[in-house]
Design a protein around this ligand. Structure first.
Ligand code: F2R
Length: 302
């Protein structure tokens, strides 16, 4: 039912936003590898509150549109992104002009397709927000692909950004499907299930590499091999996220601590991993103490 679908979307939204807020606490306090390593070793949590960033802010709009329409209405999604644009949420550089343009009446398609001299953005911003959509449609994988594409196109016209969004949405849907069975798959099996849904792209090629990395490779080495989002692009972020999610299925906090060890774009890698892995965990999936530390989500998405 729509009610059950929405409950799954909210679980993914909580997993995503908690990962986003948790990951963001590793920046600027100070953001150096030694300080981060010390926190990882001590499992040290930052003092509350943990503000969320653009990952969550844009995911809220996806959930609101799915709640109201039951599918991705691109005009509604663009309008919601623009209405809830908060410049201080650390958006990717090109989003400010795009969202201000929509606020001023520019058609979203014109804005999205003219980014980066007509290439469209291949940033990781379409993938970072999409987990709730995968959860909402968790029993319909082909529809997930179609709807994730529609959700990405509103801001990210480049095929790599779209491939990244499909990958994260399918991974989230599969995480829920696999939780219904008695055994969670290995990382290799998990990524193998995602690959057939991905269009030809760097994202797919690197996801294949993520599948095939040997069992004994450390997360730090995986991050060096695949990238962990320093370039904040989809190909530099999504394959690493699939590896972390595959390794962390069934254990939300361990999945996020593993992801942090890869450094890089930590709020966004943790948002993506958190959104996926939340759907694979037994209830209660998310730690209450962490949820209490996260900045509360606004009431307009309830
Ligand atoms: N690191 C960020 N945001 C910057 C914060 C700046 C500042 N400190 C602040 O506080 O405001 N994280 C956020 O950005 C990522 C999502 O980005 P999104 O939405 O995809 O944005 P954008 O700008 O479209 O793409 C990101 C960058 O990728 C490069 N790029 C993309 N397409 C390109 C193309 N066709 N050609 C060349 N370069 C391209 C550009 O450098 C873009 O700026 C998330 O991590 C989010 O949390």
């Amino acid at each position: 039912s729509r009610h059950e679908r929405l409950a799954l979307a909210h679980l993914a939204l909580d997993g995503l936003s908690l990962g986003d807020a948790f990951g963001d606490t590793f920046f600027g306090r100070p953001a150096n590898p030694d300080a981060i390593q010390a926190r990882i070793d001590a499992r040290g949590l930052a003092n509350a509150p943990w503000p969320y960033t653009d990952d969550t802010q844009m995911a809220l709009s996806l959930v609101a549109v799915l709640r109201d329409k039951g599918y991705i209405d691109q005009d509604e999604l663009a309008a919601s992104f623009a209405a809830h644009y908060e410049p201080g949420r650390k958006y990717g550089a090109s989003m400010h002009g795009l969202l201000r343009g929509i606020q001023q009446g520019r058609p979203w398609r014109e804005g999205a397709t003219s980014q980066f001299e007509g290439q469209g953005s291949y940033g990781n911003g379409a993938a970072m927000r999409v987990a709730p959509l995968g959860a909402f449609l968790a029993d319909q994988l082909d529809t997930v692909v179609e709807q994730a594409t529609l959700s990405a196109e509103v801001t990210h016209a480049h095929p790599e950004a779209i491939a990244g969004a499909i990958a994260i949405a399918v991974a989230t849907a599969l995480a829920w499907q696999l939780r219904q069975g008695s055994l969670l798959p290995s990382r290799t099996e998990f990524i193998d299930l995602i690959l057939p849904f991905l269009p030809e792209s760097q994202v797919r090629n690197k996801a294949r590499r993520a599948r095939d990395i040997s069992e004994t490779t450390s997360v730090e080495a995986v991050a060096a091999m695949l990238g962990s989002g320093y370039a904040i692009s989809a190909p530099d972020t999504v394959p690493f996220v699939l590896w972390c999610a595959g390794e962390g299925l069934g254990n939300y906090t361990e999945a996020l601590w593993l992801t942090i060890r890869g450094m890089g774009d930590m709020d966004t890698t943790c948002a993506m991993v958190g959104g996926i892995v939340a759907l694979s965990c037994p209830e209660p999936a998310l730690p209450t103490t962490w949820l209490t530390a996260r900045e509360p989500l606004p009431t307009w998405v309830k």
